[in-house]
Design a protein around this ligand. Structure first.
Ligand code: ACO
Length: 157
């Protein structure tokens, strides 16, 4: 079953990885920047990557999921849920206190999924997508302006 496929650490980013990364973040430049500093994981089917996730340390206490994407052919099979559980466990194991994820205010599916797993909205970066992307992004028939930041507290004593 796909949802039980292994989560692998990625050491070399291939074109197939790029195709997935750009589904979650259309800015090649921003992706490039966080790939350098982050840790990347993938899920494969028949030796091809079908899902990806990039984790990056923001501070000693905060880890961020910078990018998570699943091949459209394999969406809604629980693969992102599995990767998010992996990220939560990774944050706990590495003694971070907060796990953060940002998404567009128009990303209804993503907002559902992250809040279902326990992330709470903690910040709004107004006009983030207007100021940081060179073209307008439309999603669910809406022009995307704002980034919502969601946070999960982990390792609370
Ligand atoms: N509105 C609300 N919920 C929805 C919708 C919708 N339109 N469509 C599906 N769902 C639900 C599903 O029913 C499921 O919930 P359930 O388990 O309670 O039934 C859930 O959303 C999807 O869960 P998964 O199957 O685990 O998620 P999936 O493997 O499909 O991956 C992801 C989700 C990563 C958002 C995928 O759709 C994707 O790659 N999208 C494009 C890239 C993207 O937007 N990535 C995230 C950007 S933010 C960032 O990268 C930090």
């Amino acid at each position: 079953m796909i949802t039980q496929s292994k989560i692998n650490k990625v050491y070399k980013i291939t074109n197939d990885h790029w195709r997935l990364l750009l589904l979650a973040d259309p800015s090649k430049q921003l992706v490039h920047e966080y790939l350098q500093a982050g840790k990347t994981f993938d899920v494969k089917k028949d030796n091809q990557p079908i899902a990806i996730m990039v984790l990056k340390e923001i501070s000693r206490v905060k880890l961020e999921i910078k990018n998570i994407a699943v091949d459209p052919q394999f969406e809604n099979h629980g693969i992102a849920t599995r990767l998010l559980h992996f990220a939560i466990q990774y944050a706990k194991n590495h003694q971070y206190q907060q796990l953060q994820i940002g998404t567009g205010s128009t990303s209804f599916k993503q907002l559902y999924l992250y809040q279902k797993l326990g992330f709470r909205i903690t910040d709004i970066w107004q006009d983030f997508f207007i100021n940081n992307y060179d073209h307008p992004i439309y999603e669910n028939h809406l022009l995307l302006h704002d980034m919502l930041v969601l946070t999960m507290m982990v390792n609370i004593k």
